[in-house]
Design a protein around this ligand. Structure first.
Ligand code: SF4
Length: 105
């Protein structure tokens, strides 16, 4: 085998190894933002105090305004599902709590 063949073989093997690792790398890049925050447990004391629910369509609270949910609340961050009222947890975009405030444009 010539030096050229050995170099070419090494290049092809490294390229194949790099290509096979791409899906794993893509997962590692996107997953932390999605999985970084655990969902807010309904049993959480503050969630209970603010009447948090995961489905705004079930709310019977007199403070509820039609059409309001976490997705249009000023405390919600869509990229992570984070809510400023419940640090360390994610909330459901269709959820609601009595801390809801309309997101400003
Ligand atoms: S403060 Fe807003 S984003 Fe947070 S749980 Fe309540 S309604 Fe949802």
């Amino acid at each position: 085998m010539s030096e050229h063949d050995a170099t070419r073989r090494r290049f092809l093997m490294q390229t194949a190894a790099a290509a096979s690792a791409l899906p794993l790398l893509a997962t590692m890049v996107t997953r932390p933002a999605q999985a970084a925050l655990p969902p807010l447990p309904l049993s959480n004391a503050q969630a209970k105090a603010l009447n948090y629910v995961e489905d705004a369509s079930t709310v019977k609270n007199p403070m509820f305004k039609a059409g309001s949910d976490c997705a249009n609340c000023q405390f919600f961050t869509a990229d992570t599902g984070a809510c400023a009222i419940f640090p360390g947890f994610s909330v459901h975009p269709k959820g609601w709590c009595s801390g809801w405030a309309l997101k400003k444009p």
